[in-house]
Design a protein around this ligand. Structure first.
Ligand code: NAI
Length: 337
């Protein structure tokens, strides 16, 4: 296939960013966009000229001009939308997490197995970030010895609009929405160990309304793996300084750290307050290049008929661990996997 014709599904906070990237992706053409919300289609009519607009996802799937769908829809819809796309003969990119329960993940895997010619890739964007990639290469080369502990956090700047309080109704909660990235990193960077036991707790520092969805604005979790490796996760919605994704991998001959001091750029300000730098403000600013790379890799996977670099089994494991952590948080008990 020389040009992959794509439809973006979902034009919300992240869908609009992906749509802009797909217009620049080599070997791809953005031919369609879909949202049930009229105002979002109005945005697309201006921002995505020449793209066919759809209100109804089923209509996109009937469009023979579309080779692949790019799903940036609420997490609670991912599994059914992936399955429908595969049945319609479309390749699928889908944002993380794959689903909010393991049964749905398995149903997607079973459907994908019936269509081996179609690619399915789940958007664990950090795997496409140059710094995480470098850390993964260094670990694989054994340059810091054997990794035994990963400590990883996804911390967002406090958003007073309360977007994520409404979002919590369909996101699966802070561990499924935020820590899922760190869980995927732990599996990837520690060499796909099997999870054994998890424990979690959390607190609402600024947004008590989250309690309505059994959610928190700050969550902490631990995971023990078979073979003795450990992971500690921290997710927050309430940082004052900006977005701070930080991962440390402790190994027998050293430590790798990705993202310490989330500098916005290389300017250092020295003044009456001291010496400091400004910080990235949100996940998109931190991972903008990785999102571009991710889209290119998805398109190249289809064009070159290569295996998807993030498998459905990886995504199912992340969901399984994220769910166990959520269960541990809600029950107050350790959960064995
Ligand atoms: P959002 O709520 O801003 O956007 C969701 C979009 O889906 C809206 O445009 C909505 O109109 C559309 N939609 C709803 N029902 C639909 C349907 N039946 N058919 C087609 N479109 C439909 O949410 P946001 O923040 O853009 O998140 C979307 C997904 O992206 C979530 O799964 C989230 O977990 C993921 N995400 C991933 C991030 C990452 O770092 N990789 C960061 C932020 C979000």
């Amino acid at each position: 296939m020389t040009t992959v014709r794509l439809a973006i599904i979902g034009l919300g906070r992240l869908g609009r960013r992906h749509a802009a990237n797909l217009q620049q992706t080599h070997g791809a053409q953005l031919v369609a966009a879909c949202s049930p919300v009229a105002e979002e289609r109005d945005w697309a009519a201006t921002a995505l000229p020449g793209v066919t607009l759809y209100q109804d996802y089923e209509a996109v799937l009937r469009d023979s001009q579309v080779d692949a769908v790019f799903l940036v829809t609420p997490t609670s819809l991912h599994a059914e939308q992936i399955i429908a796309a595969l049945r319609a003969g479309k390749h699928v990119f889908c944002e993380k997490p794959l689903a909010l329960n393991v049964e749905d993940c398995l149903a997607v895997e079973a459907e994908a197995a019936r269509h081996p010619q179609l690619k399915v890739m789940i958007g664990f964007v950090r795997r496409f970030d140059a710094s995480y990639r470098d850390a993964a290469d260094k670990l694989a080369a054994g340059s810091v010895g054997r990794p035994y502990l990963l400590r990883s956090q996804t911390c967002d700047r406090n958003d007073e609009s309360g977007f994520f309080v409404r979002f919590s109704a369909s996101s699966g909660g802070i561990f499924m929405d935020c820590s899922i990235h760190d869980i995927d990193l732990a599996r990837w960077l520690l060499g796909n160990p099997k999870p054994k036991r998890v424990w979690a707790t959390g607190t609402n520092a600024l947004h008590p309304a989250l309690a309505e969805h059994q959610d928190v604005d700050n969550g902490v979790a631990m995971c023990e793996f078979e073979g003795g490796q450990l992971a500690c996760f921290y997710a927050s919605r309430t940082q004052a300084h900006g977005h701070e994704t930080l991962t440390e991998i402790f190994a027998t001959e050293g430590r790798l750290s990705v993202g310490a001091n989330p500098r916005a750029n290389r300017v250092e300000i020295s003044d009456a307050h001291g010496v400091r730098n400004e910080c990235v403000q949100d996940f998109y600013q931190r991972f903008a290049e990785a999102f571009v790379t991710e889209a290119q890799v998805f398109v190249d996977t289809i064009r070159d008929n290569r295996p998807s670099p993030v498998t459905l089994a990886d995504a199912r494991e992340a969901t399984r661990i994220g769910l166990a952590i959520t269960q541990a948080f809600r029950s107050g008990e350790a959960v064995s996997l």
